[in-house]
Design a protein around this ligand. Structure first.
Ligand SMILES: [Zn+2]
Ligand SMILES: [Zn+2]
Length: 106
């Protein structure tokens, strides 16, 4: 099943163009901080089972990072908490763990 969110700016207005951002499909979403998150395989689709499991692991670790209160990482190119919202390529390019700077925060 696909999952989506509505992307808003700091003042709560839906980003433009609204048709694109009002129903923005995501790999996963996590409360920051919080104790729940959701991950969907819908957009992680690949017939390569190993790759799929790797992607799921990364998205789970990413959302868990948010649950621990961490924002998106700007310190490391390969941190699992890099903003992966836009493309599957970002997911494939990061490690499956937090960088040392993020780790030090939790
Ligand atoms: Zn995120
Ligand atoms: Zn990081």
């Amino acid at each position: 099943m696909d999952i989506s969110t509505t992307k808003k700016d700091e003042s709560g207005n839906v980003l433009k163009p609204e048709s694109r951002y009002s129903d923005w499909g995501v790999f996963g979403l996590g409360y920051r901080p919080g104790c729940s998150s959701i991950v969907s395989t819908f957009r992680l689709g690949t017939s390569n089972r190993k790759l799929l499991l790797e992607r799921i692991k990364k998205v789970c670790n990413h959302e868990l990072g948010h649950n621990f209160g961490l924002p998106h990482c700007t310190s490391s190119e390969t941190c699992v908490l890099r903003d992966a919202a836009e493309t599957i390529k970002t997911v494939d390019n990061v490690d499956d763990t937090l960088c040392n700077i993020c780790k030090a925060k939790i």
